[in-house]
Design a protein around this ligand. Structure first.
Ligand SMILES: NC(=O)c1ccc[n+]([C@@H]2O[C@H](COP(=O)([O-])OP(=O)(O)OC[C@H]3O[C@@H](n4cnc5c(N)ncnc54)[C@H](OP(=O)(O)O)[C@@H]3O)[C@@H](O)[C@H]2O)c1
Length: 283
């Protein structure tokens, strides 16, 4: 992982109190970070007031409640489509650059080889549809889009944090073993986005996840192993055991080929990133 990249003139982070935004601010404490309370990305006047010429804005703001989005379409589209469109228009008007974070959910999730950036999209959920609309809006205005997947920091509420908690609370946990993705450390993704912030020449749509693949069951086993717990306490099951309003993609692997070909630092294997993340949260 590169850590010695030059900082852009001014870095702005929206959605800065979320999982990913917090990690970017941790690695780039001089950035101007705005949580939702300080800056609603759908408010054009408020957005105009914080964007300066030459700045790089990394948008981490989003409606990420995948199940709730199925019955809350307007809110999902406001944050995931209207908001990014506002940011892109404001950046274009001010002479700033927008890096917009998106998701594997723009794909149908039914492939069996990694998705390339140019592969056909086809979201199966309202969340994915809203994120795709956001991508299309910002790309029309010259922004860059970075799709990621399966992001965790291990601190609160995400899958890794939940497995840490359940390891302490329960004898066994049952975890789905029929969805495949690339677990991605928010810290590694944050560093990757900071590197990209220095590379306006990079392609318009890129994928960034830690490398390698796992099921949620594999990830839970790895968490237990890292914690020194017996991994046999993690039991596999099918997705049918946990029916949800929004269908989960069976296959969410995003190809790193375009990222790596652009000369950006390859993201490391997910297993070593997990070990570091758990070490950090237990310190
Ligand atoms: N986490 C993952 O596994 C994952 C996977 C693939 C892609 N992504 C993408 O990565 C990006 C960051 O996700 P994350 O995991 O950091 O999500 P997160 O923890 O839910 O953070 C998103 C933040 O955006 C804020 N927000 C929502 N609407 C807003 C608005 N209108 N104006 C300003 N802020 C607003 C939220 O505030 P409130 O909480 O107050 O609403 C929240 O703090 C998103 O684009 C997401 O789609 C995440």
């Amino acid at each position: 992982m590169h850590t010695d990249f030059p900082a852009p003139a001014r870095l702005i982070v929206t959605g800065a109190r979320g999982l990913l935004g917090r990690e970017i601010l941790r690695l780039a404490p001089d950035a101007a970070g705005y949580g939702r309370a300080e800056l609603d990305i759908t408010d054009r006047a408020a957005v105009d007031a914080v964007i300066t010429p030459g700045a790089v804005l990394i948008n981490c703001a989003a409606y990420t409640a995948v199940d709730d989005a199925e019955s809350d379409r307007d809110a999902a589209f406001a944050a995931n489509a209207t908001g990014p469109a506002v940011l892109a228009a404001a950046c274009a008007a001010a002479g700033a650059r927008l890096i917009h974070v998106s998701t594997d959910y723009v794909f149908p999730g039914t492939a069996d080889t990694p998705y390339e950036p140019g592969d056909p999209t086809g979201p199966a959920t309202v969340y994915g549809q809203s994120k795709l609309a956001g991508e299309q809006a910002v790309l029309e205005l010259g922004a860059q889009v970075v799709r990621t997947a399966w992001v965790y920091s291990g601190v609160e509420g995400d899958f890794v944090a939940t497995m840490r908690r359940l390891e302490a609370e329960r004898d066994t946990v049952t975890v789905v073993d029929d969805q495949v993705g690339s677990p991605t450390s928010a810290a590694d993704l944050a560093a990757a986005l900071l590197e990209l912030s220095t590379r306006p020449d990079a392609p318009r749509v890129l994928h960034a996840t830690n490398s390698g693949t796992a099921t949620w069951f594999d990830l839970a086993v790895a968490v237990f192993t890292e914690l020194g717990a017996d991994p046999a306490r993690v039991l596999p099951c099918d997705s049918s055991a946990f029916p949800r309003p929004a269908p989960r993609p069976p296959y969410s692997v995003l190809s790193p080929a375009a990222w790596n070909a652009a000369g950006l630092a390859p993201l490391r294997p997910w297993r070593s990133a997990l070990a570091d993340a758990l070490q950090r949260v237990s310190d």
